[in-house]
Design a binder for this molecule. Structure first.
Ligand code: FAD
Length: 337
């Protein structure tokens, strides 16, 4: 059941200087504002009253933050407001970072991808079966931390202020691929900006999800050249389209100039509060099959799953190894599995 949104003011600044000015003013006035890009994650939350805001600031008039450029060193600079459909179809992304184009095409459905942005996907809210419900459904349980309550229904011993306070799951499809690609985020605040490697961006909590400060805007995603890394991504989901990952696995194999494998990399989404990733060296005589077994064991051991999804918690965990091996076969490394 979808309900009505509570009221808010709406602003749509035209261009980056206007956005900076607006955010400075709203900050001074101490008004609670929310940034909206494609709105595909945000609008359901507003409608289901999981979120309330005084001012909704649409970023869609900030053209400077949309589009894809290639820097002279081979880095792709992708505006945070670039739609996922554009990322998926861009000849530049397909040629330079085919795994990124492929994963962008796995998010939601064509309608979602025509609207949703790459920046919004990296910032998509964490999900939990107790929270992502209509207000009526939520009345069955006491309000949890994520909706201003005082309990976590997943981990009853969770305490306010002590992380992880909330176990809502991280569900971005693009994050694991961008993690393996060593992407950096350019964050805009006031007149300045800072760069944060994606691997340092996320935090272990379903509410305090990342290091983005209030009023900070994700401007660009910078993706350096892949350097011989080939990546496969696949997700466990109920349906092929329109479903968040119950588990998402990116597997990467880095090859040197002679085509010899030198590194195995694995990144996960959909399991815990934040994405996880590991790299394993394939040099020094280690048998690739042994490294693959070690990688799967390490991933399974590091992850704690909870019953907060359609698939049973143990099943999601067990499928990590299966997805890693399937990914390797698609990368032409079936002999390692
Ligand atoms: C039916 C359905 C299916 C979906 N399936 C998937 C799926 O398979 N995989 C998946 O990963 N997601 C899925 N989603 C979630 C969502 O559509 C995507 O994650 C999408 O990429 C979010 O992008 P957006 O631009 O719409 O973000 P928005 O909804 O506009 O914003 C998301 C969050 O990011 C913040 N934000 C956005 N841009 C910026 C910025 N530049 N700077 C600072 N903050 C910003 C917003 O304040 C908000 O908190 C699905 C959603 C729906 C409704």
């Amino acid at each position: 059941m979808t309900t009505r949104m509570t009221g808010f003011d709406f602003e749509r600044p035209a261009g980056l200087p206007a956005l900076r000015g607006l955010l400075a003013r709203l900050g001074k006035e101490q008004r609670r504002f929310t940034l909206a890009a494609g709105g595909t994650d945000l609008m359901p939350q507003l409608k289901q009253q999981q979120l309330a805001t005084e001012v909704l600031v649409s970023l869609n008039g900030v053209g400077e933050l949309a589009g894809i450029e290639l820097a002279s060193d081979g880095t792709l600079r992708i505006g945070a407001l670039t739609r996922l459909a554009e990322v998926a179809e861009s000849p530049l992304v397909r040629e330079r970072q085919p795994a990124l184009a492929a994963v962008a095409a796995r998010v939601g459905s064509p309608q979602i991808r025509n609207r949703a942005t790459l920046g919004g996907n990296l910032l998509v809210n964490n999900r939990c079966v107790y929270v992502n419900q209509s207000p009526l459904n939520r009345t069955v349980h006491a309000p949890c931390f994520k909706v201003d309550g005082d309990v976590c229904h997943i981990v009853k011993s969770a305490v306010r202020g002590k992380l992880p306070q909330c176990q809502a799951r991280f569900v971005s499809d693009t994050a694991p691929v961008l993690l393996l690609l060593d992407a950096r985020l350019v964050l805009l605040r006031g007149r300045g900006e800072r760069r944060v490697p994606l691997r340092r961006f996320y935090r272990n909590d379903g509410m305090e999800r990342n290091v983005l400060k209030p009023g900070e805007v994700l401007g660009w995603i910078e993706v350096p050249p892949a350097g011989g890394l080939r990546i496969d991504y696949d997700k466990l989901a109920v349906r092929n389209a329109l479903d968040f990952p119950s588990l998402g696995v990116a597997v990467g194999v880095r090859e040197d100039e002679r085509g010899e494998p030198v590194e195995l990399a694995v990144a996960l989404t959909g399991l815990g509060t934040h994405p996880l990733h590991w790299r394993f060296a394939l040099v020094g005589g280690a048998a690739p099959a042994a490294v693959v077994a070690q990688a799967c064991a390490r991933a399974e051991k590091s992850v704690t799953t909870y019953q907060q999804d359609f698939f049973p918690r143990d099943y999601r965990k067990k499928m990590i190894g299966t997805f890693v091996r399937r990914g390797l076969r698609r990368l032409g490394r079936g002999a390692w599995t």
